[in-house]
Design a protein. Structure first.
Length: 287
């Protein structure tokens, strides 16, 4: 187990919670990492550590949090990856200063309306779960910068997700999503969109308004064309659309600098451009 006190930049290593609770100055404790200890449950005494800012309990066989966990009101980072939670614990929603929440690889099946209580949240990672439904109230998380929902069971996305105006990275790969929200242009801060291995057959034209986009991953979908508005993305550095049945490229839709080496244009039938270098480049990718 790794811990750190507020007045010391060095981490200390101890054997167990029993040892922890025999230490002095526990009111100065700000960091605990008890990952890979088969705990089954956290000790109730942990709720007395009211100045704790970061708690990491990955791979600990947890399925619930202790009573009075809401006492940890200074907690900013909570990581409960590789456990057995079937939902986001209700106690978590009462942590008013929480900025980063990680529940990777659990058995969570939905994001409920209570998510709106986490008003300070900047990072939410619920990848590798069983989520099939997201409350539209996720759009109220006005400070959210990173949302990772890859490897879930999502079919649709709530319209209000486009209210996340500070979102910089959106991870949706390995779901069953068919359409992106039509008002995607409202995600004005978005820099990275990752939606590989879904059932997308259409990209909204409004994607051209996302002027901060640098990376787009669209591999393994059902796209047969890309919108011309991609031309407007002057900051785009990387576009990857491997394994899509794309049949035509209009004008300078795909610029030399952003063509991924993995991009596959095997179904390409026409290239509508007078740029001979671009034609040659695209044809190489279609072979």
């Amino acid at each position: 187990m790794k811990i750190r006190f507020n007045n010391n930049n060095d981490y200390l290593f101890i054997e167990s919670f029993d040892e922890l609770f025999h230490l002095n100055n526990l009111n100065e404790l700000i960091f605990i990492d008890c990952s890979n200890l088969i705990l089954n449950f956290l000790p109730l005494e942990i709720t007395t550590l009211i100045n704790l800012k970061c708690l990491i309990c990955n791979n600990s066989n947890l399925s619930f949090l202790p009573e009075n966990f809401i006492n940890l009101q200074n907690l900013e980072v909570l990581s409960l990856n590789f456990n057995n939670f079937k939902q986001i614990p209700l106690e978590v929603y009462e942590l008013k200063n929480l900025k980063q929440l990680f529940l990777i690889n659990n058995n969570i099946y939905e994001i409920s309306n209570d998510i709106s209580k986490l008003t300070e949240l900047k990072v939410l990672n619920l990848s590798f779960n069983k989520i099939h439904q997201i409350s539209g109230l996720i759009g109220t998380l006005s400070k959210l910068e990173m949302l990772d929902l890859k490897h879930n069971n999502l079919l649709t996305l709530p319209k209000n997700m486009t209210n996340l105006v500070h979102l910089k990275r959106l991870e949706l790969s390995n779901n069953q999503i068919r359409r992106l929200p039509m008002k995607i242009k409202k995600l004005i801060s978005l820099e990275g969109l990752y939606i590989d291995n879904n059932n997308l057959d259409h990209i909204p034209k409004d994607i051209g308004h996302l002027i901060n986009l640098k990376k787009i991953h669209l591999n393994f979908n059902k796209l047969n064309h890309l919108p011309k508005t991609l031309n407007k993305l002057e900051n785009l550095e990387f576009l990857c659309c491997f394994m899509n049945p794309i049949k035509n490229i209009d004008e300078l839709l795909i610029k030399d600098k952003i063509i991924s080496k993995q991009t596959d244009f095997a179904k390409l039938e026409s290239i509508n451009t007078t740029n001979e270098i671009l034609k040659i480049t695209l044809l190489k990718h279609s072979l």
